[in-house]
Design a protein around this ligand. Sequence first.
Ligand SMILES: [Zn+2]
Length: 88
Amino acid sequence: MSTEQSRLQRKPLPECEECIKILQSYLDHETTPEENALVERCLQICSVCREFYEYNKTLIEMVKRLRKTCPEQLAAEIRNKILALQTC
Ligand SMILES: [Zn+2]
């Protein structure tokens, strides 16, 4: 039995909706200290938000890397595809 596993919430918490809503801004460092605290608390206890966070962080890093190596138009196309995926 893993204590780490059982400590994590598998279901979204009441604040998860807010957490997911501001996560993009959080990753862009555009959130207030209160919002940062909400996101960080959620990421510590909630696997749903943590997975969403890791996923978004990976995508953002990918887009940043592509921006350096690809023509701007291609980077924009990829960004649109990512945005489309997130709204599904
Ligand atoms: Zn959460």
